[in-house]
Design a protein around this ligand. Sequence first.
Ligand SMILES: [Zn+2]
Length: 263
Amino acid sequence: MNIILSIFFFLIGTCLGSFANVCIYRLPKGKSIAWPPSFCPKCHHRISWHDNIPLFSFFLLRGKCRSCQGRISPGYFIVEFLAGIITFFLFLRFNVSPEFFIYLIFILALIIVSFIDIENFLIPDCIVYSGIVLGLFLSFLYPELQSQTFSRLLALKASFMGTLLGGGSLFIIGLIGGIIFKKEAMGGGDVKLLAMIGAFLGVKSVLLTIFFSSLAGSVIGLTLILLKVKKRSDYIPYGPYLALGAIISLFWKGYYFIGFLIN
Ligand SMILES: [Zn+2]
């Protein structure tokens, strides 16, 4: 393991997290992510570059805006740290390879979608639709993305099957849930998100993602209710659990500890 490279990729990850924060804040409001430069959401004071360094600035400013002393949401820090640590693990797992860069884009999209879902209870179409197209395209461009095939068409087919299974299975679960509980159990955004996960990771990982996300959803959901952070009747967005399930499946790929279940 190259320590200097690992630290380098961790820092690159925190910068990508900083960009993710801009998307998380601006996309649901329909604002441009390119312009204007970062500003404080409370006093609209423009944030200078030295107050906009990932992780460090949050510490130095003690989580407050330099201009209005308004509290900066710890969410910004969490996203930067999360992006950094995941980039670090991607590097450990895949080294500098096409997989590393493809999964980096994929995970960044998952982080953006998750935090938008947590704050706004919605999953932006623009990200999941471009994600589906990108997943299909990259599978064709780099067939190794879909298991050990070197045929572009087979990889494209695998990616397409993953998209169908991802979209289809949640749609059916949502339909059955809707009939049993007589309310919307699964948002349309969740269906599209799992379709995007399928486009990148393929059929097997869609199944693993459903398994891990429902496990995480039950454990974390129950913990939140027991800790009284959430009430039983509260709406808990499912997107972050799907994203978590997808990230676990992604790192799982190639190990298949429970491969006998799905092989
Ligand atoms: Zn301010």
